[in-house]
Design a protein around this ligand. Structure first.
Ligand code: NAD
Ligand code: TYD
Length: 337
């Protein structure tokens, strides 16, 4: 029997590239990667994989029907949709691309998947669709959607559309809602790679507000394992929350980075808060553990130390990114904070 063929979108980004590496190393499937190569997409994230048997790259936009049709040229068994505009701060500066890619792009993929009759459509979503928590409680799958940023609102919209395709057309949709990821190949606009790459050149470390906002961190390899599990065993029509139970406030994160790099606390600079900044995220992962047997493998301290070291050892990778477009974004966003 032929191996299943998976269409991965956004596979040149942070999580998508880790996921493709994860799937190809198992050798259990073949993959088409549809990626527009926006500022966040980087072919270097999959260096060495280009010529692998069973791997095809298609440069294209999920919000363009002809590109989506091209990506479905080989018969597709399942879709894993990572492609998205993913940075909250950019969604505050310029929400348009978030609506186009995250909502309209998801619609085109759902439509094509419905026409072609795929066996699974995995929508990779985020815990940010639930909004913000107070001091206590954790997000469960039944928690009401209450997104606060244009980014999270666009992701919540895509979730609703995907579930409507399941209810209305019987498309076998599953949705994962994961907490904040960390690990190799994360674009240095996100907190951890931004702090590490700035600290390495003794640049200020911008911390929004009082630094006490809480995120629930998971290593990207644990997220990839959860996605593979849901792709394989997830029951259509279900949402699965994914998290590793590592709540940390942003000051704790910066402290770990400074300690590993042996840099001074004086690099920290408190800056004007992000508008609508969610205070706390925390995931209840009972459902994916109890129903699919998900287990967390990477302890937070080890994962963080390895991650910081990865950015130390891959300076070339982020130095190339922190030029041109990135510098324009940085100046526009941080220049006035
Ligand atoms: P990323 O920004 O690193 O990568 C996004 C990728 O999508 C890039 O390769 C980019 O080129 C591609 N892309 C963007 N627009 C496209 C379009 N119109 N057509 C085709 N490709 C396009 O993002 P990431 O951090 O890897 O996140 C991947 C997915 O996981 C997103 O859907 C995000 O919402 C979700 N997610 C991320 C996190 C996190 O902590 N990073 C947590 C939970 C869920
Ligand atoms: P981020 O990595 O942008 O992820 P998200 O906002 O999607 O959770 O930010 C993580 C946390 O770090 C969030 O509370 C905002 C904060 N933050 C800073 O304090 N300074 C920064 O420069 C950035 C990018 C984020």
């Amino acid at each position: 029997m032929d191996k299943p063929h998976i269409l991965v979108t956004g596979g040149c980004g942070f999580i998508g590239s880790n996921f493709i590496r994860y799937l190809l190393s198992s050798g259990a499937c073949t993959i088409t990667n549809l990626d527009k190569l926006t500022y966040a997409g980087n072919l270097e994230n999959l260096k060495g994989f280009e010529a692998r048997p069973g791997y095809t790259f298609v440069r294209g936009d999920i919000a363009n029907e002809a590109d989506v049709e091209r990506a479905f040229a080989a018969p597709v068994d399942a879709v894993v949709n990572f492609a998205a505009e993913s940075h909250v701060d950019r969604s505050i500066m310029d929400p348009g691309a978030f609506v186009t890619t995250n909502i309209y792009g998801t619609y085109l993929l759902l439509e094509q998947a419905r026409r072609k009759g795929v066996t699974k459509f995995l929508q990779v979503s985020t815990d940010e669709v639930y909004g913000s928590l107070g001091e206590t409680g954790r997000f469960r799958e039944e928690t009401q959607l209450a997104p606060n940023s244009p980014y999270s609102a666009s992701k919540a919209s895509a979730d609703l559309l995907a579930m409507a395709y399941h209810k209305t057309f019987g498309l076998p949709v599953v949705i994962t809602r994961c907490s904040n990821n960390y690990g190799p190949y994360q674009f240095p606009e996100k907190l951890i790679p931004l702090l590490v790459s700035n600290a390495l050149v003794d640049r200020e470390l911008p911390i929004y507000g009082d630094g006490l906002n809480v995120r629930d961190w998971i290593h990207v390899s644990d997220h990839c394992a959860a996605l593979a599990l849901v792709l394989d065993k997830g029951v259509p029509g279900n949402v699965y929350n994914v998290g590793a139970g590592n709540e940390r406030n942003n000051l704790e994160i910066v402290e770990i980075i400074l300690e590993v790099l042996n840099k001074p606390r004086s690099l920290i600079k408190y800056v004007k808060d992000r508008p609508g900044h969610d205070r706390r995220y925390a995931i209840d992962n009972t459902k994916i553990r109890d129903t699919l047997g998900f287990e967390v493998h990477v302890p937070f301290k080890t994962g963080m130390e390895e991650t910081v070291r990865w950015y130390v050892e891959h300076r070339d990778w982020w130095e190339k990114i922190k030029t041109g477009e990135y510098l324009g974004f940085y100046e526009k966003w941080y220049g006035s904070r």
